[in-house]
Design a binder for this molecule. Structure first.
Ligand code: SF4
Length: 161
């Protein structure tokens, strides 16, 4: 695909690329997060979306509470077995391609709650792309996870659906 960038150059100013590269560029710079916050880590997630950390610098500020409009699920907080099926159903309702960040020790591995009621890591029922450790992780760590998702999209890409 070729795009004429500058008609004043008399046809010399061409940028060439592929549809796949343009799609990946668009996807990585316009992630629409679906927040799934259940406990204290969710407070740090909210802080990440607020003005001090300003996640819109990375094109991921369009938080959606409808899974059908989101492509990045951020799970933050303690997940009980009762909640796991709800979390999975919301993930299933998100259109492809989609990605998942597990934020915080509870989400990644149960955290301090080694209990019959708490899921010992959401990867028991969800495909996790990036794990963010910490109790709770700081907003910078979540931003770092978003950047890792962007790199993943750039390197691996996703099929054009
Ligand atoms: S990892 Fe720590 S801060 Fe996060 S939900 Fe669990 S107990 Fe709360």
């Amino acid at each position: 695909m070729g795009v004429n960038m500058n008609s004043n150059l008399g046809g010399d100013g061409f940028l060439t690329t592929t549809i796949n590269k343009v799609a990946k560029w668009g996807r990585k710079n316009s992630l629409w997060p679906m927040p799934f916050g259940t406990a204290c880590c969710a407070i740090e997630m909210m802080g990440t979306f607020a003005s001090r950390y300003d996640i819109s610098r990375f094109g991921a500020e369009a938080v959606r509470f409808s899974p059908r409009q989101a492509d990045l699920m951020i799970v933050s907080g303690t997940i009980t077995y009762k909640l796991a099926s709800v979390c999975r159903r919301i993930y299933d309702q998100m259109p492809n391609p989609k990605w998942v960040i597990a934020m915080g020790s509870c989400t990644c591995g149960g955290g301090p709650f080694d209990s019959y009621a708490v899921v010992q890591g959401i990867d028991e029922f969800l495909p996790v792309d990036v794990y963010v450790g910490g109790c709770p992780p700081r907003p910078e760590a979540l931003i770092d996870a978003v950047i890792k998702i962007q790199k993943k999209i750039e390197i691996e890409g996703a099929p054009i659906v």
